[in-house]
Design a protein around this ligand. Structure first.
Ligand SMILES: [Ca+2]
Ligand SMILES: [Ca+2]
Length: 343
């Protein structure tokens, strides 16, 4: 499995993205007009944890919940207008799409949920696996360490995403941090294989992008947000996003600088929480060949001045073998498992 990272260097009206394929996890510094890219790690692993991962990621047959499945709600499906012509260019065109009946967990998968999975299976996430030096002879051995990307508020001209050795779902900000007081927060630092492995364990799968967007809209037709057309920051906060000037001023008017416990904000029309913000959510990737997938919903880092992708129609490309501290997921189930649609 190859691994590479994408970091966003600047977003001033447009996205300027640098694809660093085969450089894997990188640390990007922007200083005095000079961009320095430091290779720090790649994502190959030939150990038992890789074999375990492979065995848990593959699935077949209907996606029906096991006894370990978190709370979910059945959604009847239907036709809806997907996308938007009032957002970023990639959201267009608006098109009519049909979605069949399915079910979706009411919350983002939490640290407590993921802990049960790891305890039961011994699964080791992508971010926790040290790269295999034999597969990366061109990279200094000391640079091949496990870790993940963490948002670090800049104090100067440095870039705000940093590769932190040792950062993982159990240590979201790196060594010294933990999740002891975040059991009900969404799990983060999970790459695509990690979320597939968890979904398989609970009998589920990832929602398609269309299913996710249909669910996020909560029955509203072409509303800008999951609750209507009122911006998230007007009146009572409706979601955990970023208020203030990203990336330096986080007013936290919604009560949270980072992630929030799942379900802190009102559910949408289908009874689903945090389809807007808190953490981004993986949706099913059409194929694995390109190593690119999509995430939906925005996160606690999405602000009006930087990334207004906390709308149902928005999306963001994401490398499948890449993890950060603002990407999580929720799980879908098929409809033919005996659950009666409630929405
Ligand atoms: Ca917030
Ligand atoms: Ca979310």
């Amino acid at each position: 499995m190859s691994s590479f990272g994408v970091f966003w260097l600047l977003e001033v009206g447009l996205n300027m993205r640098v694809n660093l394929q085969r450089l894997c996890m990188v640390r990007v510094l922007v200083h005095a007009g000079v961009i320095a890219v430091l290779v720090t790690a790649c994502g190959e692993q030939g150990s038992n944890s890789q074999a375990l991962s492979d065995s848990l990621v593959e699935r077949s047959g209907p996606a029906c919940p096991t006894s370990e499945a978190p709370a979910f709600i059945a959604i009847a499906g239907g036709r809806f207008i997907m996308g938007s012509e009032r957002g970023y260019p990639e959201e267009a065109p608006e098109r009519e799409v049909s979605v069949g009946a399915f079910a979706l967990t009411t919350h983002e998968i939490t640290n407590a949920d993921f802990s049960r999975f790891v305890e039961a299976t011994g699964y080791v996430t992508v971010a926790e696996r040290a790269p295999d030096p034999a597969l990366h002879t061109d990279i200094p051995r000391e640079a091949l360490v496990a870790g993940s990307a963490v948002f670090v508020p800049p104090t100067g001209a440095e870039y705000w995403w940093q590769f932190v050795p040792g950062a993982s779902w159990q240590a979201p900000e790196g060594p010294g941090s933990d999740i002891s007081d975040r059991a009900d927060h969404p799990v983060v630092h999970v790459a695509y294989d990690d979320v597939l492995a968890y979904a398989n364990w609970v009998g589920g799968r990832l929602p398609t992008e269309a299913e996710w967007e249909f669910a996020a809209r909560g029955g509203l037709e072409q509303a800008i947000y999951a609750w209507g057309d009122t911006p998230p920051h007007e009146g009572t906060p409706r979601a955990n996003t970023w208020q203030g000037l990203f990336p330096v001023i986080n007013d936290a008017d919604d009560g949270y600088i980072g992630s929030a416990p799942v379900g802190e904000f009102d559910a949408n029309g289908y009874g689903l929480h945090d389809m807007t913000g808190n953490v981004w959510e993986w949706v099913a990737a059409p194929d694995r060949q390109s190593n690119m997938g999509l995430i939906k919903g925005g996160s606690f880092l999405c602000s009006d001045n930087f990334c207004r992708r906390f709308r149902p129609s928005a999306n963001q490309p994401q490398e499948l073998d890449f993890s950060t501290n603002h990407i999580g997921f929720r799980v879908a189930f098929d409809a033919d498992c005996g659950a009666e649609p409630e929405a």
